[in-house]
Write a protein that binds this ligand. Structure first.
Ligand code: FES
Length: 109
């Protein structure tokens, strides 16, 4: 059986699934929000910065230009360098915020 965690964005009430071996950024693409930039996917550009509000995770090396040591200690991570090890609640704080938190277009006509 494959473990799939639920990643919740309280600000918008939306959630997306993410496997333990996937990055949060990879999972975030499943939100289906137009224009979620993918960026460098390697911890170097900073567009995917998020704050982990609850849950456990592991993170890889991140550019100190985008996440300081102090921020890292306060649960800021780059989504492309972070894998969930439980369900998470996150706040999108990087340039991706505009797209990740934008209201969904109305489906009614
Ligand atoms: S996509 Fe560039 S730092 Fe995450």
């Amino acid at each position: 059986m494959t473990t799939i965690f639920s990643i919740h964005i309280p600000e918008t009430g939306s959630s997306f699934p993410c496997k333990p071996q996937e990055s949060l950024l990879f999972g975030m693409v499943r939100l289906g929000r137009k224009g979620i930039p993918i960026g460098c996917r390697a911890g170097g550009c900073g567009v995917c910065k998020v704050k982990i509000l609850s849950g456990t995770y592991t993170n890889g090396k991140m550019s100190r230009a985008h996440v300081t040591e102090e921020e890292e200690q306060n649960s800021f991570v780059l989504a492309c360098r972070c894998q969930p090890s439980s369900d998470l609640a996150i706040e999108v704080v990087g340039k991706m915020r505009k797209n990740a938190c934008a209201p969904l277009p109305s489906t009614t006509t």
